[in-house]
Design a protein around this ligand. Structure first.
Ligand SMILES: [Zn+2]
Length: 310
């Protein structure tokens, strides 16, 4: 089992503004620990109607305020991923459960609350995934911190964290996505009070979901960027490789593997500028543990950002 979480933005707010083209994108997968790149994902065909089931607690004891119920907000968040054209992933709400604590092995994917002490400092929400060595996910529970003020309002509310945005992010983990290095995507690891942009999936989020659960017509007709990042002949592991249009819009990104190779699939046909950068903030290697642990080694450090055309 492992956890992936969303933390409050804290001191990173300025960096987020400075780095953020408005529809930036990027994707990475949660990998089997030591599995040399094997992805962790559902096999939806196991389920009725090929829909991944989810449940919600009816012990709603977190600090929630707003006009929508917790279950309605969760349904909206699952709906964002189900609406992705590139992806076939679908979900089914299977009812309320009369308990508050998650169970990593009951094969019931529960959306619930957890004490802050069990989540770590600054963590708003987290997703706990159980999978086998083959990468097949059997259980994924999403929790929100009981210590945080959340809003369930339709509209943005400056004083609280947006439950729909945070659940949308956590459901990205539930389907097998790790954090992206692109700060305006839903799978970026930070948010702030009043921020609702993570309700809206960025291109990079869409492509990540599409590559894990491709619709029949995807990624046909799309492009792939692939290459190797090296320094003085040595492979660079965990460089963030970003594909940006010539107009400056970051479309998608990925991370290099221990042999320095990267591959970004599903790209809309276009001319891209590619750059490789170190994960030196705001997103850091510790934020992409679900990818890094797939290879069981430390990232390359001490190198500079490099741009070139492809
Ligand atoms: Zn997260």
């Amino acid at each position: 089992m492992s956890a992936s979480c969303l933390t409050r933005v804290a001191a990173f707010a300025l960096a987020v503004v400075a780095l953020g083209p408005s529809r930036a994108a990027g994707y990475a997968f949660l990998l089997v620990e030591g599995g040399q790149g094997r992805t962790r994902q559902w096999q939806p065909s196991r389920f009725v109607d090929s829909r991944v089931p989810w449940f919600v607690t009816n012990v709603v004891d977190g600090r929630l305020a707003g006009e929508r119920s917790f279950v309605d907000v969760a349904a909206a968040a699952f709906g964002h991923w189900e609406a992705v054209d590139e992806s076939s992933i679908a979900f089914a709400f299977r009812g309320e459960m009369n308990r508050r604590n998650r169970d990593p092995s009951d094969n019931r994917n529960l959306v619930t609350f957890a004490d802050a002490a069990s989540l770590g400092s600054g963590v708003l929400g987290a997703t706990f995934i159980t999978s086998g060595s083959d990468g097949r996910i059997t259980d994924a529970d999403i929790v929100l911190s009981r210590a945080i003020d959340f809003t369930t309002r339709f509209s943005a509310f400056a004083g609280s964290y947006d439950a729909e945005s945070i659940l949308t992010h956590e459901i990205g983990h539930l389907i097998g996505l790790d954090h992206t290095g692109l700060v305006r995507a839903t799978m970026a690891p930070f948010t702030d009070r009043g921020d609702v942009h993570q309700r809206s999936l960025a291109t990079d989020d869409l492509l990540g979901a599409g590559m894990l659960y491709p619709e029949a017509d995807f990624p046909a007709g799309r492009g792939t960027l692939a290459g190797t990042v090296s320094r003085d002949g040595e492979a660079v592991f965990l460089a963030h490789v970003v594909a940006t249009t010539v107009n400056g819009r970051a479309i998608a990104s990925g991370y290099t593997r221990p042999d320095g190779t990267y591959r970004i699939d599903g790209l809309p046909p276009d001319v891209y500028v590619v750059h490789a950068e170190r994960l030196d903030g705001p997103v850091r290697p510790s934020n992409v543990a679900g990818f890094r642990q797939g290879f069981g080694q430390a990232e390359t450090t001490e190198y500079e950002t490099t741009f070139h055309y492809e």
